[in-house]
Design a binder for this molecule. Sequence first.
Ligand SMILES: [Zn+2]
Length: 159
Amino acid sequence: MTFTEKQTDPTAPTHWRGNMQADYLYPNGVAGDKFFKHLKNNDNFLATVCPDCEKIFFPPRLYCEDCFVEIPGENWIEVPATGTVRLFTTATINAHGKKMETSKTIGLIDIDKTDGAMLGIIKSSEMDKDLLGLKVKAILRPREQREGTIKDILYFEEI
Ligand SMILES: [Zn+2]
């Protein structure tokens, strides 16, 4: 089977022996590029506000998915790099199934003054406690070390 063949029978799964080249490029897009350029030189985040419904998008978007309207450049706003933990989980094994030396807590954080959220690593003094509703702030790389990527956000810690 090649990639040009269409699989029509879902009960007949196929397999691939050997190495499969899978090159891909995942660009940030126009809004993501502006977001990360801002983050490189600032200690807060950018969001966009829909001119019709006033929904505040985080991460920023160029179009409102509810109103189908373009969000103009003057509707970009700065928002604090703080938020509230909505969901979290603690990983004790890595992607290869091996126990990690130290567990890692990952959370979905509602970003303050926006209607959006992002995933982030959470560090707290009491990692065994319920982190739901915990107020956190983003800890960023030192400004001179930032690359304008998601890696500039090191983790979130309890305020
Ligand atoms: Zn809207």
